[in-house]
Design a protein around this ligand. Structure first.
Ligand SMILES: Cc1ncc(COP(=O)(O)O)c(C=O)c1O
Length: 395
């Protein structure tokens, strides 16, 4: 038999899916995968059902139903201060996931480099390889996930085609500041590079943090692709509706790739997404208030259990350092620790090394997510409390 694709040979099974599987088998609490286990908003479910009953069931306009593109453009102007023409600058995709791979395939040529901050959202590595780009990694330094300006500047060169930004950030909870985005924008302009920004957590912010889109900075609109989706903001991760906003020449290429990859995102769910984007301000305030409370609760539980947590300013994850707990769990790395945590506490996390190119950098870290119902979070708290007692008895 002829050899299968060399690129895909290097891919490993998503660690998050693996943890989910082990967790399900153990009947545990899944704090690994970033999807809500609570109900999606009633209005959205009604809108989706109404769209199906109204027979919005055939292929959509490939690059997105006009009503949805208009709603995206209006929202981008209002919330992100980004101007876009719905006819020429927006592509509706199957989630932010497709928007990212379609964007990279639309802009990358052999020999091009992309800059990726690490720890990173685990799809960016395979996305880069599938598009043929060579990644260059720049470290976000704990505990506040700071960017070292010299390290960033050193990563740019003639071959740099794009930099991937994710703010608010998965897995760190970092919200990029204006100064950081201005520094990135200046480097993009100096080296003629694109900014590809994944802003899927833009409404999930804490402690007065503010979201800023790099496309709104001077000189950046024409060289930025702004990616988003309804998955996280509206708790509908299974609907697979996202989008990319970019200047016309880039959008033309993204639309071509998108057309061949998927043809279009589900038609009735695109119509329901129009309802989502029209929800009132109170919806977003409620979302923030809920996640804020969940964050504080889980961080307290984790600290009490002995985890050294980093405090997220956005998104719904926290990275914890587990060095101090590793001996008690008979673990010498993040993987054995995560497996042992599922066995002993029935709590699933993501091993930290899956967020780094140099796996050693995540060896003492795990990521928790807290987009879960109160029942789940309380069950986790109880489990840790019991485990704590158990560990004390054992030692
Ligand atoms: C940073 C980031 N981007 C994209 C995605 C996936 O987005 P979508 O469901 O819209 O494909 C996730 C999901 O966890 C994510 O954390």
């Amino acid at each position: 038999m002829k050899k299968l694709s060399e690129v895909t040979e290097t891919f490993t099974e998503s660690v998050i899916r693996e943890m989910t599987r082990i967790c399900d088998a153990a009947g545990g609490y899944n704090l690994s995968q970033g999807f809500p286990d609570f109900e999606s908003p009633r209005e959205l479910k009604d809108a989706a059902i109404a769209a199906i009953n109204a027979d919005q069931n055939q292929y959509p306009v490939t690059f997105g139903e006009p009503e949805l593109r208009a709603a995206i453009a209006a929202k981008a102007k209002r919330y992100n201060r980004v101007d876009s023409d719905p006819d020429t600058d927006i592509t509706v995709t199957c989630g932010a996931t497709e928007a990212m791979i379609a964007t990279l395939m639309a802009i990358i040529n052999p020999g091009d480099e992309i800059i990726v901050f690490e720890p990173f959202y685990e799809n960016y590595g395979p996305d880069g390889r599938l598009s043929g780009a060579t990644p260059r990694y720049v470290t976000l330094h704990p505990p506040d996930w700071r960017i070292d300006g010299d390290e960033l500047a050193a990563a740019f060169n003639q071959r740099t085609k794009a930099i991937i930004i994710n703010t608010p950030n998965n897995p760190t909870g970092k919200v990029y500041s204006r100064a950081e985005l201005e520094m990135i924008a200046a480097l993009c302009q100096r080296w003629d590079a694109y900014a590809v920004t994944d802003e899927i957590y833009e409404h999930i912010l804490y402690d007065g943090a503010e979201h800023l889109s790099i496309a709104s900075l001077p000189g950046m609109q024409d060289r930025t692709v702004t990616i988003n989706s309804i998955s996280k903001t509206y708790s509908v991760t299974g609907w697979r509706v996202g989008w990319a906003i970019a200047a016309r020449p880039i959008t033309q290429r993204i639309r071509k790739v998108h057309d061949f990859l998927t043809v279009g995102a589900p038609t009735p769910l695109q119509h329901a997404a129009v309802t989502a984007l029209g929800l009132p301000d109170e919806y977003y305030e409620g979302l923030r208030a809920h996640y804020s409370e969940a964050r504080d609760f889980l961080l307290d539980v984790l600290q009490e259990a002995g985890f050294s947590v980093s405090i997220p300013r956005g998104a719904y994850y926290s990275i914890a350092d587990v060095s101090a707990l590793m001996p008690a769990f008979g673990a010498n790395d993040d993987f054995t620790f995560s497996r042992s945590l599922i066995e002993k506490a029935r709590v699933a996390t993501v091993p930290g090394s899956s967020f780094y190119s140099d796996r050693g950098m995540g060896r003492t870290q795990v990521r928790f997510c807290f987009c879960k119902r109160w029942e789940t979070l309380h069950a986790v708290a109880d489990s840790f409390r019991r485990l704590d007692a158990l560990e004390k008895v054992r030692s």
